[in-house]
Each structure stands twice: as C-alpha cells, then as structure tokens.
Design a protein around this ligand. Structure first.
Ligand SMILES: [Zn+2]
Length: 215
C-alpha cells in the first residue's frame, strides 16, 4: 500500500487508517465512517485512542497500527486548513525516514477541525470535506485492498536539484531507496495481516445477527 507520492500516498494512508478502524479496532463499516475527531484522543508519548480504545503500537514502524493512524492524521490535518502544499512534503518519498515511528512525532491539532476522517479522494488528489465515503465505498476499498497487487511501490532513483540527497552519490541513493522499499515491504506485510483480521471480524459479525442489526 502506497504511503508516498501524490495522490496515491494520500489514498494509501486513508485506506491504512480505514483498515485499522475495521480490522484492528473491529468497527463495522458504518461505525468506521462515523469516526470523527471528537472520538480520537492524542495523548502524550505517542498515545492514540479511538472511541476509548488505545491503538496498539508495534515494535516495527512498518507494522505499527498507531503509525498508520498518525500517518493519516498528519497529512489530512493540513488539508482542512487548505494548506495543501504543507502536506505534500510528507508524501515526498525522498524525505521518507525508514525506522522512525511517525506515531511518536507530533500530528498537530489541525485534523481536529475536520468533519470526515474518511473522505473521498479523487484522481487529482482533491479531498472531499463534507461527508465521509459511503459504506459501499468502504466495502469496495477493503475488497480491493484484499487483492494482492503483486508489486511493491516503486520509488525511482532520486534525482533532485535540492533536498537532502542533493549531493548524494548513486550508491547512497540506492541505499536510501532500498531502505524505503524495505520499510514499505514490512508495511505491506502488516496490512495483509490486518486484512486477515478484518476478515475474521467480518465472519464474526456474519454469525452474530445482533451486531449487524445495530448498523
Ligand atoms: Zn508507531
């Protein structure tokens, strides 16, 4: 699942957040789409809870559910302030720092002003701010994310006129790229595990009519 580049990284982060809600916290699709900033608490020391349930932290950043939440809140936040340019650097693959828990970095408070935390994102990366995506759209996304693409996000050799790799040799660039790809591989593995959990939750719901009736 892409976490970098625009708009694919934006979509990937939203979907990662969605999978944490449905697969990890066990929310139904309807409950997930109704998650608002009001039910999310960001405490000190990287503690994040949603509807009173602490989002677990994994040892590896690429497998960390809390990182998936923080990674989304940190990019959706500036959007609501219409500072699109400010989150684009967060999606820049050349600034990716493998091994760092983004859940331990400040996510700011701007996301609190948003209404929908699962907004639509069109092909140009424009984010819908009013209503969250529909239950049907969530079903489609989860379905698509369950299909292995057979490929990992590819990051081209970084050649830029400015930035931290301006003076890097090709060997250094290749090493940096490998780091990012390794990071993404572990992220993909983590998301596959979450999807497996989501399937379990789905099966549980299907066998518990009382739960689904509440939707
Ligand atoms: Zn983390």
């Amino acid at each position: 699942m892409s976490r970098f580049r625009f708009p694919t990284g934006l979509v990937g982060r939203r979907d990662g957040f969605l999978i944490v809600l449905t697969g990890f916290l066990g929310l139904t699709r309807e409950q997930a789409r109704k998650v608002t900033p009001a039910v999310i608490e960001v405490g000190g020391l990287g503690v994040i809870s949603i509807q009173g349930t602490a989002v677990a932290r994994a040892a590896s950043p690429g497998e960390c559910p809390r990182c998936a939440v923080a990674g989304w809140l940190s990019v959706i936040a500036p959007h609501y302030e219409r500072l699109r340019a400010s989150f684009l650097p967060l999606l820049d693959p050349t600034t990716a720092v493998p091994g760092v828990h983004v859940c331990e970095l400040p996510v700011g408070d701007l996301w609190r002003s948003g209404v929908a935390l699962l907004p639509s994102i069109d092909r140009t990366g424009a984010v819908g701010t009013g209503e969250p995506i529909s239950v049907r759209a969530i079903t489609t996304i989860i379905g698509q994310r369950r299909i292995p693409t057979g490929r990992t996000e590819t990051l081209d050799p970084v050649v830029r006129a400015e930035g931290r790799y301006r003076d890097a040799t090709s060997t250094e660039l290749a090493a940096a790229q490998d780091d990012v790809l390794n990071h993404l591989d572990s992220a993909n593995q983590y998301l596959e595990e979450l999807l497996a959990e989501a399937e379990l939750v789905k099966q549980t719901l299907l066998t518990e009519p009382d739960n689904t009736a509440a939707k």
